[in-house]
Design a protein around this ligand. Structure first.
Ligand code: GLY
Length: 381
């Protein structure tokens, strides 16, 4: 029962307004739950807005992460249907692209690494077509003449992460989600304490369930079990957003992942002419833009796709991915009245659709897809 002074108006209170929290809010409200979402509304803090929006299950998993790969594959399979519902619900477009990913190699060492990845993909039954240099350049004519060869993954998708989050917000609002601007200072099963808007002091809210979807900030949230807080870490990423000048034809039609003398980068083109180049992966807890990172990203992007040098450098972004101890998401019930959905690391956009439906199933006490079994909070001890 709520105590005196508490606001009680929701089945579920969600902490965090990135793609994970907002997708859960939309799906929960659509399933008939009354949902309140609390978020500081500080865009700079959101990994969701820095992301590139690649939905590439294999390219975001490394050798040996079989459980994560299975989950990523489940998620990419669900994404188009989820996205269609989102676009239908809002009338907004998210920029979903279906041309796949072309991974390309620059020198013979890069090509050998790419071949190993292709063998791995084939060994687990995935489609990935090895292409020679001429075939790569037939698909992407602006690739460097020195391109040695590549691999086409046709099942990969991409979405404009900023449009996607905007659509999720609009859908959540339409579905009746109450959005509160504020900072949650403490959570407990069925209760949260927050500083809301301009209100003095803190406010307590009660709900049947609290869902913690606060990304890397989960580690600082009082009341989240220590094992989860300790498992979450920020992993810094720097990336660039470029734009085509009026006169220039599109320099790429699909996501290009390039390995340039052992260094990996991705180039993600949008239909509206934006091109995202990323990203560093740094075990650091700061938001400094470094000259070296910008230099490396631009140098390698121009080596792989020389026409990049003609684009306008529109933004340099820095974000903090919510990494976890084993790089897998942490999704599940931790207590009666508290559910977590965090630690999505490099896969937040990709996993958002599947996470939302998994969490709504947890809230309803329903069964889950077995692909989620390895990613419960119980594994953290
Ligand atoms: N998913 C892309 C990245 O984390 O850089």
């Amino acid at each position: 029962m709520p105590a005196k002074g508490e606001i009680v108006d929701a089945d579920v209170v969600i902490v965090g307004g990135g793609v994970i929290g907002t997708a859960i809010a939309w799906r929960g409200a659509s399933a008939g739950l009354s949902v309140t979402l609390i978020d500081p509304d500080q865009d700079a803090d959101k990994a969701s807005l820095v992301a590139a929006g690649m939905l590439g299950p294999v390219s975001e998993s490394v050798f040996g992460e079989h459980d994560l790969l299975a989950l990523n594959l489940l998620s990419v399979g669900r994404f188009p249907g989820f996205n269609q519902e989102l676009e239908d619900a809002t009338g907004l477009t998210t920029g979903l692209r279906t041309e796949g990913t072309l991974a390309v190699a620059y020198d013979s060492g890069d090509l050998a690494a790419l071949r190993r990845l292709t063998e791995f993909r084939h060994s687990i039954g995935l489609k990935a077509e090895a292409l020679d240099a001429r075939q790569c350049r037939a698909l992407e004519p602006f690739l460097a003449p020195a391109t040695r060869g590549g691999v086409l993954a046709t099942g990969d998708l991409s979405v404009d992460n900023r449009r996607y989050l905007a659509a999720l917000k609009a859908a959540a609002e339409k579905a009746g989600v109450q959005h509160l601007t504020g900072t949650v200072t403490e959570v407990a099963p069925g209760r949260i304490t927050a500083r809301l808007g301009q209100a003095p002091g803190t406010t307590r809210l009660a709900a049947r369930d609290v869902v913690v979807a606060a990304g890397f900030a989960t580690r600082d949230l009082q009341g989240v079990p220590a094992a989860i807080r300790q498992a979450v870490r920020p992993v810094k990423g720097q990336l660039l957003r470029l734009r085509h000048p009026e006169h220039l034809p599109r320099v790429a039609t699909r996501t290009i992942r390039a390995t340039v003398q052992g260094r990996d980068l991705y180039i993600v083109p949008r239909a509206d002419g934006e091109v995202v180049v990323g990203a560093t992966q740094e075990e650091r807890d700061d938001r400094d833009v470094t000259a070296g990172a910008v230099h490396d990203l631009l140098r390698d992007a121009v080596i792989a796709l020389p026409a990049i040098s003609e684009l306008i450098l529109a933004e340099i972004n820095v974000g903090q991915r919510p990494g976890s101890k084993d790089n897998g998401p942490i999704v599940g019930r931790v207590a009666e009245g508290m559910v977590v959905a965090t630690g999505h690391f490099r896969n937040g956009i990709l996993l958002s659709a599947a996470t939302a439906d998994a969490v709504v199933a947890i809230l309803a006490g329903a069964g889950q897809d077995p692909a989620w079994a390895p990613f419960g909070p119980g594994r953290l001890g």
